[in-house]
Design a protein around this ligand. Sequence first.
Ligand code: NAP
Length: 226
Amino acid sequence: MKTALVTGCNRGIGLAIAKKLVAKGNLRVLAAARTTDTAGAAVRHIGPGALPVVLDLSDPEEAAVRSAAIEATHGDIDILVNNAGILVPGRGSDVAIGDLARSLTINTMAPFALIQALGPGMKRRGWGRIVNVSSSLGSFAEGLAGPTAYAISKAALNALTLSVASALGPTVKINAACPGWVRTRMGGPEAPRSPEEGADTPVWLATLPDDGPTGGFYKDRQVVGW
Ligand code: NAP
């Protein structure tokens, strides 16, 4: 049975991703949230097959140490879904530098730190799947149309996806996914997609077959422009 670590599991798209992974029946999910309480609540929602783990991404180096400790406790992590993220509103050069730093820390550097902590083990074992939950709001091809700090951090997340893919090799597949505009605390109530719909492409990428792609950016299971 393979094990998946999903960050930001306590609500929104992360919760839906965890539920769908567990529903496959052959996966164990380490449901990561910032606190013991929220991780425990997440697991009660997800059901059997999920275990709570506490992982705060505010300090990427600490998160890397913590994720290695989680792996030491629970066994090999085969699938990493970097789902947790923040969106700070505001466009243009008036955006506070601290908001940009926070966005880069949580949306880009923390995923990178977890990849550094868990990717080498996947590579050594010859199997791994990494999904970076990104956004078309951070796509150059779509004009980086999102709030500035968010767009920059997701563009950088896309860049890191492509940049590390070849080093991880063909057996560890790393891809970025845009879930679409989804009804969550971040997406708001007007969004057209349910969290379950938003979870579809990340779950597909998390469970790719051995001949599946790596180093790409996907929405609705189709390649989209960086
Ligand atoms: P959400 O409902 O706001 O959930 C965000 C999740 O990230 C929560 O579980 C939150 O935990 C966690 N998180 C935030 N800061 C954290 C930190 N420092 N350490 C650990 N966890 C932290 O957002 P969502 O809509 O489900 O978004 C999930 C992913 O999809 C994000 O990467 C987002 O950028 C991406 N996305 C969303 C949409 C959309 O329309 N919703 C569109 C494109 C991409 P707490 O509850 O503890 O804050």
